[in-house]
Design a protein around this ligand. Structure first.
Ligand code: KDO
Length: 335
């Protein structure tokens, strides 16, 4: 029995409406459903941007259905779900992409991206073309836009009196939770810590029980996830100016009309721009709120951190996956 796949159904319906255009009223294409999975909360600025900007822009032909806090698919499984046709979109990370294509680890490397604008220049540069093409051809994932997650800092349960973090040596033996993928664990070690892999949704409890000593996320996430309630200090290491990608199913993309594709692309770019501005605003204005909740925030020896972290990557198996010359191209796009 011929099982019409979802895509075949969409394509045949579209074809019918095209051919039927002359003789009979075109079939009104059923509204599509764009499902999105994220480990983030509903109030995280990236989620807000998708709901308030992306969703209304595609509402003419698609209903947007987000699943927050890893409820639709667990953190780190979203790209596989898209690839298998079980999910339309995710707020993906370069670290998750690197699980399929190790060379993506270059975009997850400590002290490479300098700021949000640098991330945008890199994502829109021709150097990305081969990365994007490989993701589409081999994983069925189209990277639509780059989102700004923010500057990641070391956030610890210990007070500064108990543990003053000036250099990576001060993190020796610290049980630092990092997300689960290899490039995250590499970064945790490069910081000098003893990294523990753990899903984002488990971090608050792990901090409150002391199962881990700390975590690393940007200030807006520290507030949104209420990590300030269960930690005592933030050393502003800025060890990764972190990003996410709006990842979209290539199969669904290919089933869209040219106009619909243009609308989806514009909606993703608009959501990414909106979320970036909101996240930057929060990042620049939350330190006092966090301090008012008993968390000491200070700047460590940044040169010591930058030098040490970068030295861990030189000659590493991670750096060996980077295409020749790409790091120089990324640096050339910096300030
Ligand atoms: C995290 O697990 O610490 C992380 O910040 C990693 C990011 O790539 C991203 O998955 C993020 O969590 C989630 O979107 C939750 O903010």
């Amino acid at each position: 029995m011929f099982k019409m796949t979802r895509r075949a159904a969409i394509v045949s319906l579209a074809a019918l409406s095209l051919t039927a255009g002359a003789a009979t009223p075109a079939f009104a294409q059923d509204k599509l459903t764009f499902t999105l999975a994220t480990a983030g909360s509903e109030t995280d600025q990236r989620s807000v941007a998708m709901a308030n900007v992306f969703a209304p822009m595609v509402a003419g032909f698609a209903d947007y259905r987000p699943g927050y806090n890893g409820t639709l698919f667990a953190q780190g499984t979203e790209l596989e779900a898209i690839s298998r046709g079980n999910l339309t979109m995710s707020i993906a990370s370069a670290q998750e992409m690197a699980q399929f294509f190790p060379e993506f680890s270059i975009f997850a490397t400590g002290y490479v991206h300098q700021d949000a604008a640098h991330q945008v220049r890199v994502f829109n540069d021709p150097l990305m073309d081969a990365f994007k093409a490989k993701a589409e051809e081999e994983l069925g994932v189209k990277l639509l836009s780059v989102m700004y997650l923010g500057r990641r800092h070391v956030n610890l349960r210990q007070s500064r009196e108990e543990l003053d973090v000036q250099t990576p040596a001060d993190l020796a033996g610290v049980n630092l939770r990092m997300p689960g993928t290899d490039s995250w664990q590499f970064l945790g070690k490069a910081l000098g810590a003893a990294p523990t892999p753990m899903a984002f949704t488990e971090v608050y409890t792990a901090l409150s029980t002391g199962a881990v000593d700390g975590q690393d996320n940007p200030l807006p996430t520290v507030v949104d996830a209420k990590f300030y309630e269960v930690t005592k200090q933030i050393a502003l290491t800025s060890h990764l100016v972190d990003l996410n990608y709006i990842a979209f199913s290539k199969e669904v993309w290919d089933s869209l009309s040219a106009d619909q594709q243009l609308t989806v692309q514009r909606a993703a770019d608009a959501a990414a721009a909106y979320g970036r501005l909101k996240q930057l605003d929060k990042e620049n204005n939350l330190a006092d709120f966090i301090r008012s909740n008993g968390v000491e925030i200070y700047t460590p020896d940044l040169e010591a951190f930058r030098t040490h972290v970068q030295a861990q990557y030189v000659g590493s198996e991670v750096a060996a996956t980077w295409p020749e010359g790409v790091l120089d191209q990324i640096n050339a796009l910096g300030n």
